[in-house]
Ligand binder design. Structure first.
Ligand code: FAD
Length: 413
């Protein structure tokens, strides 16, 4: 018989414990939300794969990826964020309460922040699956020491490939680099390119791609194919490091969350996805620059928006929908939309049993959305816990509003 899953309730569940997940955790925890981060592998995520982060502000001497992520982790724990080291298997994000399930647990949350990041892209060459973890690697920091005085091959010419390749020269006797482009052409920044070209331990094979990986149990050579000449060359190496880009880790959200053709999650500038109460941050998002600094920017917004979503849900349920009344939905920075406020004060004195709410969309857009208001100003009539009627735009006629309230009050008696 299948074992019953243990159920736990949280304000926020964050899926993924990399730079984005940890930052979202810091913001939610500090806002005193009951927060859980679920991480399937290593807390710190992909940033722990890099030895030297030189462009994250606040560390003029640079810092290791592990060092920086340890600080993020420490800070999240300080705000009482809880961690579960397991992977999320299924989700149901459709209701007001979101369900996130792991092998043993069912977590119920008011909001979910998606921070799944990305996974390294593979070459698709022959025997690749066979040698994953047996000579094919993705993390120079993790595997450099094991390659001391050995010859290694790097695939790719972007920032990660060339910068990590340079780092590997501190350990390996030779770092060969397979580059798909013509002689002298790299995808990385100019500083990295110049440093690599000047490094006597580095050797470049332009116009090449991996044809196959060879070896018995462990990888011992990689066959490179020259795209121009068709010539094949066997490169003997202890490890082949793949740095040819990343793919978003979004299969869990297929057909649920809106994504680009390449599988990146689409959000607005407030990190909202197409599902209310579900936010996304970091490398998993469709955006221009995937770096720790941009993850921190995204995730701090997502954390604040999660807090706002919860606060607005509470106001909506416990105040606005709890009693018959009206909500005047307006934009306070538009002076011509403030005219109705004095009228509300007037009728508040006459029909005292009625509830009156002023909803400024500038501050509380989520409440306006929940009320189903599409344009401002609007007057929303709430009766028996439901929206009874919405009068919008220039049609917010004071006499009509007064008549509806009067009529509702009289039928109550
Ligand atoms: C080699 C390399 C060098 C880099 N150098 C720099 C640099 O110098 N400066 C810089 O700013 N940036 C650098 N970056 C980029 C930076 O590391 C990333 O932009 C950032 O770390 C991404 O963070 P993230 O939290 O969005 O995603 P990730 O770090 O990928 O975190 C996502 C986490 O989600 C977890 N996860 C996924 N699916 C599930 C699931 N179903 N259940 C539970 N957990 C799940 C994963 O295990 C992972 O830990 C580098 C990246 C690489 C690879």
């Amino acid at each position: 018989m299948a074992r019953e899953k243990k159920v736990e309730q949280y304000d926020v569940v964050i899926i993924g414990g990399g730079a984005s997940g940890l930052t979202a955790g810091i913001y939610c925890g500090r806002a005193r939300l009951k927060t859980l981060i679920i991480e399937q592998a290593l807390v710190g995520g992909i940033a722990t794969n890099t030895n030297d982060i030189e462009n994250y502000p606040g560390f003029p001497e640079g810092i290791t990826g592990i060092g920086l992520m340890n600080l993020f982790h420490q800070q999240a724990k300080k705000f009482d964020v809880k961690f579960k080291l397991t992977n999320v298997k299924t989700i149901d994000l459709s209701g007001d309460i979101k369900i996130v399930e792991t092998f043993r647990n069912r977590f119920e949350a008011k909001t979910v922040i998606i921070c799944n990041g990305s996974v390294p892209r593979l070459t698709g060459a022959i025997n690749e699956e066979k040698f994953l973890g047996k000579g094919i690697a993705f993390c120079a920091t993790c595997d450099a020491a094991a390659n001391t005085d050995k010859e290694v091959l790097v695939i790719g010419s972007g920032d990660a490939a060339i910068e990590e390749g340079i780092f590997l020269t501190k350990f390996a006797s030779k770092v060969m680099v397979s580059i798909i482009h013509d002689e002298g052409k790299f995808d990385c920044n100019e500083i990295a390119k110049a440093a690599a070209l000047a490094n006597p331990k580095m050797e470049f094979y332009h116009n090449t791609v991996v044809e196959s990986y060879e070896g018995d149990n462990e990888l011992d050579k990689v066959i490179l194919k020259n795209l121009k000449t068709g010539e094949k060359k066997a490169i003997e190496c202890a490890t082949c490091f793949l740095f040819i880009g990343y793919l978003p880790n979004t299969s869990l959200y297929k057909d649920i969350i809106d994504m680009t053709d390449r599988g990146y999650i689409i959000t607005d500038e407030n990190m909202k996805t197409n599902i209310p109460g579900v936010f996304a941050a970091g490398d998993v998002r469709d955006k221009l620059l995937r770096q720790v600094a941009t993850c921190v920017g995204d995730a701090s917004i997502a954390g604040v928006m999660a807090e706002k979503h919860i606060a607005e849900s509470e106001i909506f349920e416990e105040q606005i929908m709890a009693k018959d009344g009206i909500a005047y939905v307006y934009n306070a920075i538009e002076s011509d939309q403030r005219y109705f406020l004095s009228f509300i004060e007037e009728i508040e004195e006459v029909y005292k049993d009625y509830c009156y709410h002023r909803v400024d969309t500038y501050k509380s857009e989520g409440i306006a959305d929940r009320l189903g208001v599409e344009s401002c100003p609007s007057v929303v009539f709430i009766k028996d816990g439901k929206v009874e009627k919405i009068i919008c735009g220039d049609k917010c006629n004071k006499d009509e509003v007064r008549d509806i309230i009067k009529n509702n009050e009289e039928t109550k008696k």
